[in-house]
Every structure is written in C-alpha cells, then in structure tokens.
Design a protein around this ligand. Sequence first.
Ligand SMILES: Cc1ncc(C[n+]2csc(CCOP(=O)(O)OP(=O)(O)O)c2C)c(N)n1
Ligand SMILES: [Mg+2]
Length: 1030
Amino acid sequence: MQHLRTTVARLRPITATQTVKSQSQARPMAVGGALRTFEPMRSYTTSVSAEPFMNGTSSNYVEEMYYAWLENPRSVHKSWDIIFRNANAGVSPGAAYQSPPPLGGAALGLANAQAMVGAQPNMEKLVEDHLAVQSLVRAYQVRGHHIAKLDPLDIGVIDFDESPVMLGLKKVGEKCAPASSRCWFYGLDESDLDKVFRLPTTTFIGGSESVLPLKEIISRLEMAYCQSIGVEFMFINDLEQCQWIRQKFERPGVMQFTLEEKRTLLTRMVRSTKFEEFLQRKWSSEKRFGLEGCESLIPALKTIIDKSSMNGVESIIMGMPHRGRLNVLANVIHKELDQIFCQFDSKLEAADEGSGDVKYHLGMWHRRINRVTDRNITLSLMANPSHLEAVDPVVQGKTKAEQFYCGDTEGKRVMSILLHGDAAFAGQGVVYETFHLSDLPSYTTHGTVHVVVNNQVGFTTDPRVARSSSYPTDVAKVVNAPIFHVNADDPEAVMYVCNVAAEWRATFHKDVVVDLVCYRRNGHNEMDEPLFTQPLMYKQIKKQKGVLQKYSEKLLAEGAVSRQDYEEEIAKYDKICEEAHARSKDEKILHIKHWLDSPWPGFFNVDGQPKSMTSLSTGLPEEELVHIGYIASSVPVEDFTLHRGLSRILKGRTAMRVCDWALGEYMAFGSLLKEGTHIRLSGQDVERGTFSHRHHVLHDQKIDRRICIPMNHISPNQAPYTVCNSSLSEYGVLGFELGFAMASPNALVLWEAQFGDFNNTAQCIIDQFICPGQAKWVRQNGIVLLLPHGMEGMGPEHSSARPERFLQMCNEDPDTYPVSVCEFAVRQLYDCNWIIVNCSTPANYFHILRRQILQAFRKPLIVITPKSLLRHPEAKSSFDDMLPGTHFQRLIPDSGPVCENPEAVKRIVFCTGKVYYELTRERNNRGNDDIVAIARIEQLSPFPFDQVKVETDRYPNADLVWCQEEHKNQGYYDYVKPRLRTTVDRTRPVWYAGRGPAAAPATGNKAAHLVELQRFLDTAFNLDAFTEQS
Ligand SMILES: Cc1ncc(C[n+]2csc(CCOP(=O)(O)OP(=O)(O)O)c2C)c(N)n1
Ligand SMILES: [Mg+2]
C-alpha cells in the first residue's frame, strides 16, 4: 500500500504547458480491439454539452464516453447511457441524470431508466472520480518511465524529481495535497482503492474487463509502465500509434514467454557472455571494446532480426560503434570465429592493397538462413571509422539504394538497424541530421530500429555533464519515434521490447528506439582504469552479478532449464571457440576482402580486377545529342503551364549545336540514363540548381505539386532519374549519398553542395570515408561531389570549395615523375584515391561525368564547378567536342597564335578553371597572345605529368607561371608547384601569379576583390615580374 501511495503521488498530473494534445484532431480510437475514426471532438451538438458538469476539465472525459456511447450504448456505464439518452431526447440541462445502478450489479432495466429524476448530489463526485482515474491512467502512460526500474546499478543518473518539470509539479502538488498521505493529488484517497471504476478507452489494462477496482488499476499500470521497461511515447501526435503502443504494453499477460523462447534466450546469453570471456582469456592485453555489462545486446539484435525476417525482411544493413562489435560479428552476423580470432595476430600479412583498418572497424556481409524463421536473410555490417555516429547516414543511404534496386518502395524487404553509444547518440549532431532524413520521400528507409547501448558513461564522462536532456535518446522525439527504455539486466524484458520495436517498424514503417540501460563492466577499453573517474559507479559494478548468472539462476529456479543442460551449453560454446582458435593459428594471410560490406557481383573479373584498363571515348553520336537537347528544351506532358521565364530558358537550349554548362550536364545524364545507368542527384536545391541554371524539375504554375521531370522521358527503356532537393544538411546528406553509391557500381550518384564552401560541415564523411575508404576497407566508391567554387566578390563564404584540402589528401607523390606505362592515364586513375577536376568547358564536364561510369572501376570524383561560367558567353562547347572519338581532356593546351612559333613564346601560364577566361580577356587586351601561352590543367589529380611535359617541352624558352585566383596558401599552388618542378626535372623555376596569402578565402569587399584580380593579372602578363627573384 505504501508503495502504491508513493508511486501515485509521484505521478501527479502534467501541467497545462505539458499538454500537447490537439483538441481539434480527428480521433481514431480502438474499441473492442478495432480501430475506428471518430468525428472531430468539438463537432458534437447537443444537449449533452449543456449539462452542468460538462465544464472544461470534465468535458474530455465525457466526450469520450459520449462517442463510445454513440457507437455502442452498452459500452458505457448504465448511468451514462441514461444521461446520454435523456440528453439526446432533449431533457433540460441538469435534468438528464439518473441515479446510477450499482457497479457490477444487475443492470437497471431500460424502462426503469427512462424515468427521470433530478440531479443527485453525488453526481459531481462520480464524474470527478472517473476523471481522476483517467488522469491517473494518463499519468502512468506519460511518466511511468520516470519510476520504472531501468537502471541495473540503481544509481539513478537521471533524477527526474530535480528536473524542472517535476519541480513545478511538486509545487503544485504541495499546494493541493497536504502532507497527509490520505489526500492524494487526484482527489482519490485510500477509501477509493476498492471502488470500481470504468476504464477509459485510452487504456487496455482491463483486457476483456471494462471496469476494475482502483487498486487493480494502479497495480496493472505499474506492471505495464514501472517495471523493467519504461515506455516513452505520449508525445507521438498520432492517436492510432499511441493506442497501438498502449495495447502492446498494457494488455494483461503480454510479457509471458514460452519455454522454448526462454531457452533460446539463455543460449544467446551464453554465447554473448562466453565470447567476451574467451577473448579476455586468450588476449587479456588487447583492446576489444567488450560488451560486458550489456550482454543482452546480442539477444536483442537477434530478436529484432528474427521478428523482421518473420515479417518478410530479407536484407538488413547495420551500423554500429566499437562497443561489442566483435561479439556482433561473431554471434549476430555469424562471421567465422577463426577469421575474428586471427585478427588478434599482429604478424598476419595483409594480402590486399591498401592500408587496412583495425579489427573493430571492419565491415561484413553474409547471407544465411535464419534459424528461427527458416528464411534466407542477408546481414551486412558497414565498415566505419572511429568517428562516432558518422556511419549512420551511410547505412541509411545504402539501405535506400538496396530498397531502390529491388523495387521495395515500402521498406518491406530491406531495413536498417543502427546501434549507438549513449554519449555519442546524445552528443553527435549527425544523429539529428540522420533522423531528419527518415521521413523524406527520397531519403526514407521506411523506419530504422535504433538500439542504444546505454552504459551510462562515455569514456570517462558522466552523463550529468555530457548532455542536457534527461535521456540520451531524446533526440529521437523529433521524428515522433517511440522510445523503449529497458533494463538490460532483464533479458526477457529486452526481448519483449525488441519484438515490439520490430513490429512497430513493420506496422508503421517509422523509426523506433530501444534504449538498453546497462553498465560497462570494464574501463572504456580493457586496459583502462575506470576507478580514476567513476569510483562510486565502479564500486557498485564490482558488486554486480553478471546478467547471465542472474538469468540462468532465474530459469533454474523456475525449472525452465536443468543445470546439466545449462552447463552443457556453456561447454559446447567453449569447444566451438577453442576449435576456431586452433584453426585461426593456421591463417598466415589477412584478407581484407573477406571483410567487404558491399559486394559488387559481376563488376570485376574473377580476380577482383577491372574488366578493362583501356581509355574509352566518351563522345556521343550527333543524333543522340540532338535528341537529348530536344528533351532538355521541351515539356513532355500535356497541358502543363510553364513559367514564362523558364520557357525562354528551355528555348535557349535549342541553340544550334552548342552546349552551355547546364546542357552539357543534361547530355551526360540523359545519355547515361538511356544507356541504363541510374542517376541520383541530391543536395540542397539541386532540382532547380542554386544558380537557377539546371531546372530538372518543372513546376506547373497552376496546379500545386504538379511537376514534370523531362529527363525521365528520354527513352522508353531508360534507367530512372532521381533528382532530389535534400534537407539542409551536408554531413547527413553526403553520408547518405556515399552509402547509396556503395550499394552498386552501376549508378551515377552525385551530391552537390549549395556552395562548395559548405562542404566542410561534411568534413568527416570526406576525410574518413571518401578519401581513404578504399585503402581502409577495399571497397571502391564512385560518388561525385559537385562543389561550386570561384572568386566572384561574393565574400568569404561563397567563394571557395577549398580545393587545397582535397588536393592535399591525394595519395600521389609530387616529387617522382611517374613511370611511363601503356594506358598511363587509366593506370593513374586506378592507382589514385580520388579524382579532382576543375573543368573549364561544358564538353569537358560532359566527358568527365560519362567517364565516371564508363571506366571499369570506381573512384570518388571531386568536381570543382563554376558559378559565373554557367552563363559565360565563351564557356560554351560545340557538339564537335562531344562526338564519338572525343574524350575528357586532362589538359587543354593553348591552340592560338602561340602554336605558330613556340620558340618565341616567353611565358607559359598554367591555370585551372574559371580564371582561364580572365587570363584570356587580359591577354587579348594586352595583345600578347603570341608570346604568352595559357594551358588549362583540367584534371588536377591524378596530375597529368605526361601532358604537362608536352607543354613545357613545346615552349623551351618560356618561363613557367602558375596563376590562380585563390590566395597563395589556398587553391592549387602548393599542390601544382612541386609537380611542375618534377615535370621539368627542377631545371626551371615555377613562378606564382595570384592573390597573396590570407586567412579568409576571400574579401568581403567587392572593390577590393576587383583590385586584387587586376593586380595578379598584371603579374601574370608582366614579363619582368619575376626577374628580380630569378
Ligand atoms: C566523433 C568522435 N569524437 C570522439 C571520439 C572519441 N571517443 C571514442 S569512444 C568515446 C566515448 C563514447 O561513449 P558512448 O557513446 O557512450 O559509447 P561507449 O564507449 O560508452 O559504449 C569517445 C569520446 C570518437 N571516437 N568520435
Ligand atoms: Mg556509453
């Protein structure tokens, strides 16, 4: 009794500001198990609303009853039946009430009930008490998790009583409720405990009963909401979903398991626990980020997988951090144990190219039979860097791609599971960015199951200083994901919530979070001393019985397993580990290829090599260019009202045999689509294009949301074109597209930054995945980054894609002239970690996009794209430059008057990108186009040493200048200079014409910008500029 009292006192009603329910929403409700939709709350008429007790607070409750009564008069208590009948019959306000029949007693005859009597004095009390019960039910549903027994250590890092909300309530409570425990906040007291109350339709605790004594109501609510599971869901703004969750946790007897289920659970706990023990025994001084303290993670994941497989899922893509990763690989994905164990042998020789990665970062792909469902299931665990949570959007992108390629438009066959640490889940912004992709049409994966290993510590940091939210999972509320907190020391409760989570995902196709509240038995890794920083917590942990021990004792006591069976199970697994360990000693070579998370069947030859290493023409027949040009300039649907300005733009695309930038891109995309390559272009405002040049999605000016994508009307058998404006995120969206590109080599996946400057908020994806991905994890990736760049007086944040950073991360040696081999250019591409280009013509842009797909291997492609060149009258290409036989030009030499007498040329200015047009304009102004040559390096990385050498040899008397519009410490100078020097064998100096060094990428002052421009152009053409320095 004392316990009940305290509990109820702590569950006082929420304040008005906490009430989130919209009164005007349509209210679907479950009655008799079936879901119905009711009229909006306020739409009922009648005399019922005129009854005196229908004041603000009671009206909700009465309304619910009224609607239930309208559906079925027998579903409400007799007294209410009479009131509603009388009120509906037009009885005057206050006169509809009749004295109620005894609860549970014989029903009052209807005829009897027709006789009306005046309002009784206990009427108000009856309504109040029912209201109080309703509030009580709601309080448990909203805040039962505050007092659930979630923490195995019982150290209570979350103190709800001290949180502002609860303090406020306490004050309210103190005012209303005197210290005496007799008067409870809701106006009920001990004398009410045996009274019977009708249950509101928003609870399922009654099972088949619709009335219960108060005592039983409280006890059942405590069973549902205050044991090992804490359910956070009342913020969800969908009544059907709330009702679904309520019935999952409230129905009496939901938490019962069969003997077989319990034994399977015990076996899984044995494997999870004994795996870590085995590693600890064999390699006690190796870091493995063990799972001790959260061993129930393994049965948790297996339950989610079993249930999802039962619901038709065939492929699951998982992402996870370090904690328990080896255990997941062994016991969930079923990686061969000897392959895991041999990773602990540092003397193993790596058999693959690349630098590899530590064992707890590698990925894995495995198709197997799910033993519970007897169905095939493919599991992949994505390789990831140390950077916590960075893999989240990558997993989502790969999941989306797999769904896309198998036509799974609702996520019924492919799904993702993401694992998180408590500190990282709360702290890393990419978690939020990833959640925000979850319901967007072109990014949704139709629900992810998130599992948090909430060991209540992050490395050495206490949650009380690591986050401002109560739970580490609060971020999930932003997408209305239900959150199931569960004490990980109660494996049955863990299994139950995981089942519900998987069912939730299968039913609503929305995200859901399982928060495994656990502890970390060792330090952050096995070498760390946790007592330095968490002394009290670890004193408690040292006393803590292991979860396997606790659970096995429970099952032994219940008689669910015998001691002999249990011990045999342990011995069996130990033998499996020992045998695998013996086998692992025979491994001499480490094959990182065995750790691939995304196989590309058929793309490489049997030896894993590209099927071709020859360079191909990327040109197109004239008629194809004409056809695509026609599509690009037309609206292929009837009765479509196009914006007049746009009509003009499209018409401009029909100009004779000439492409501007947008049309060059159109030609590349259109032809690849026609050839069967799926294209996905994603990023902020990419549909129109930041600079209003692309217009791949046309909008009907008269009909809301009527759009047309002409690119999808190129040819009947073409591949689909996906062009999608993304959320305003770089980290999340670039990660997503990288994951999409990982799933298949047969798609051109492009991410465009709004301005190249913003790519640095996705730096982690660039640094950790795109640049070194192949070296670390063997898997190639052909993602394309389009980064608008150029110094145009737009200020420091709209000028630079930071090419210097990309260039600095190239794996090429600047000081060694590469050996000349057959197909040198292709070989170079094959060996590089990424390709960086800055095209100066639409034709070259067209070729590089096509080359990206037509070459027989995949490398990330970074394209520094222009802004002003999009409309520059000279930045146009003739169809002649795009016909069969033409290809991407790594370097565009000067083809003007300098060619007539190269010996007379005094200077060769090398440059890249848009500055070429500024240089030629200046040269024309000066009229020295016979003595200064200008060569454009279009492919910066790999550096076209061979072609640069042709140029330097062609002009033997010219001095060499590198000209760039960027500041000296930025742009390309530091990258190009040593390569130019290597090309000429350091026989000639390389001079610099460009802006001086600076901290910011560009000035914010337009006039200063122009002065700077003129100054470096002067230097570039002043033949005496460097005489003093030479
Ligand atoms: C982005 C990032 N910042 C910092 C780190 C360094 N680091 C590694 S583990 C860790 C603590 C993680 O805590 P939590 O997420 O709770 O996982 P746990 O180790 O407790 O399982 C930190 C800070 C990292 N790996 N990634
Ligand atoms: Mg932690």
